[in-house]
Unconditional design. Sequence first.
Length: 85
Amino acid sequence: TVEGTKNGRDTMRGWEVLDYYDVEHGVSAMMRTTGYSLAITGQMQASGHARGAGVLTPDEAVPAERYIDELRKRGIVVKEIGNRK
């Protein structure tokens, strides 16, 4: 969840991820959400899709929409919980 000001108005947006054990492949939800995230961001870095130079947080360096789309391709759904203010 993030809070801030947009166009002069207080706003809050949030996202949720709820994932489950993959019985077919024997992969836990924790393995999926951490491992897939690392693989996606590593691929973005290698292909030049991560932004900036130096030490950056993931939310500064990785384009959110593309990252979320890549998670979705792997069966992990990120649900936006929207503006709450």
